[in-house]
Design a binder for this molecule. Structure first.
Ligand code: NI
Length: 446
């Protein structure tokens, strides 16, 4: 071997060593970069965000416009595109599916969008997303109703608040606005069965009822016993009241209550509104005492679906209501209008009489228009005391909007399907216990 060859080998070896050194250096640099990246993104940034209170700014960070609304359901979540610096990082780094950060769980779609501001079914489970795209747990308001979402964010259809309807008769009057203040403050709804003759004096009060989500009911024009009137007189009582209501708030009564609870199917068909009795009579018109009124409600039967009768023309009644409304809410009750209660319970209101929306009443076929029944009778066209149809036309109305989340649709147990009960056709069969005795002796409270 000559010197040349040896030198050549030496040079090769040196080159090899240099290459290894460079490789080691590159590896080292890559390692340092990875560690720094990890520290900055995993530790420093979250801390800095926490210190800067940037968690609250999250909505700004993932600011995006609404692109589409799923299935035209107003409660459905929308897909928001990921935008902005933070989101681009997020989108490029994270895959589709569930993700969790310091603010909670969120869901990324394959196209990079995420759900926000409503309900969305994912893998057969319904979740509620807040406006920032995080899932909500516990009670979530769905319009007038509250839905419950478990710890893992899944909707629990078996859990609902005890839903009851406060109703106030014979107004509006000088105390009604006080009651509206309380309802508005507590985000609670009630139904007012008003006398047409009172409406003109309290038009702004009536408008306010509509504005805060209360229901406009008719209690006739001047409180006659409808069964003593001719067909034309009955029509007149409700037409005049509707005219006064339209003048006051732009809409007629959606529901009605007969003075003294005295009516029958003929009356319902003439008036063409659902009629409401009550399941809890506070007798506030005779008690005229705040504590007694209060106790009549709080100690009364407040089964889910109850309808409570009070009178807002009496000052003690209104004072009692102002006291009991927040207390009922604190106890977990949800205060709805009668129509909201019907919808929540899966009932499509008919021109019939309603006393309550208890599960027991619905399951025994006492509630006209309950979608759980399977009647194929004709609509309630005959006023002759025949059968009241429970309305096979009802399902569509109910299924609109929030129907998917209604508990009523889950009551699958009922399927007796006989359909030939005659509840609404003459309400003597179930107003006996509460209404009749007062109807006769009392001169005008109902
Ligand atoms: Ni009355």
């Amino acid at each position: 071997m000559d010197k040349r060859v040896l030198r050549e080998r030496m040079r090769r070896k040196q080159r090899q060593l240099r290459r290894r050194k460079i490789m080691r250096l590159v590896g080292y640099v890559i390692g340092v970069v990875l560690v720094v990246t990890f520290l900055v993104r995993g530790v420093i940034l979250p801390i800095a965000r926490g210190i800067g209170g940037k968690d609250a700014d999250k909505p700004v960070e993932i600011q995006a416009e609404t692109t589409e609304t799923a299935a035209a359901d107003p409660d459905a979540a929308i897909r928001k595109p990921l935008k902005g610096k933070g989101d681009l990082t997020k989108a490029s780094d994270l895959t589709a599916g569930w993700h969790e950060d310091e603010n909670g769980k969120w869901y990324q779609n394959f196209d990079g969008t995420y759900y926000a501001g409503g309900f969305q079914e994912i893998d057969g489970v319904t979740y509620s997303f807040d406006d920032n795209g995080y899932i909500q747990t516990g009670w979530v308001s769905n319009g007038y109703d509250d839905l419950y979402f478990n710890e893992d964010g899944s909707y629990n259809p078996d859990k609902h608040k005890t839903r009851i309807a406060l109703t106030f008769d014979d107004g509006p009057g000088e105390y009604t606005d006080q009651l509206l203040d309380c309802l508005e403050e507590n985000n609670a709804h009630a139904t007012f069965f008003m006398l047409g003759q009172n409406v003109g004096n309290w038009e702004s009060t009536v408008q306010r009822m509509v504005d805060i989500g209360c229901e406009i009911g008719s209690h006739s024009y001047d409180h006659p016993d409808l069964l003593s009137l001719s067909e034309e007189e009955i029509q007149n009582q409700f037409q005049k009241t509707d005219d006064a209501l339209k003048q006051a708030c732009g809409q007629p009564a959606s529901v009605a209550r007969a003075p003294y609870g005295s009516a029958n199917q003929t009356v319902y068909d003439i008036v063409q509104k659902p009629f409401f009795m009550w399941s809890l009579d506070t007798q506030d018109w005779s008690l005229l005492n705040v504590d007694a009124d209060y106790n009549a409600v709080m100690n009364g039967d407040l089964t889910d679906g109850s309808i409570i009768l009070m009178h807002d023309i009496h000052e003690p009644s209104v004072q009692a209501a102002v006291k009991l409304i927040p207390d009922l809410l604190e106890k977990g009750y949800k205060l709805m209008t009668v129509s909201e209660l019907a919808e929540a319970k899966g009932v499509d209101l008919q021109y019939a009489s309603y006393t309550d929306f208890w599960d027991s009443s619905m399951e025994s076929g006492l509630v006209a228009g309950y979608e759980g029944s399977t009647s194929s009778e004709d609509e309630n066209s005959d006023g002759s005391g025949g059968d009241v149809s429970d309305g096979d036309s009802g399902e569509e109305t109910f299924d609109d909007g929030s129907g998917d989340y209604s508990d009523g649709s889950d009551d699958s147990g009922y399927s007796d399907g006989s359909g030939d009960y005659s509840d609404g056709s003459d309400d003597s069969s179930y107003s006996d216990d509460s209404g009749d005795e007062y109807c006769e002796e009392d001169s005008g409270e109902y």
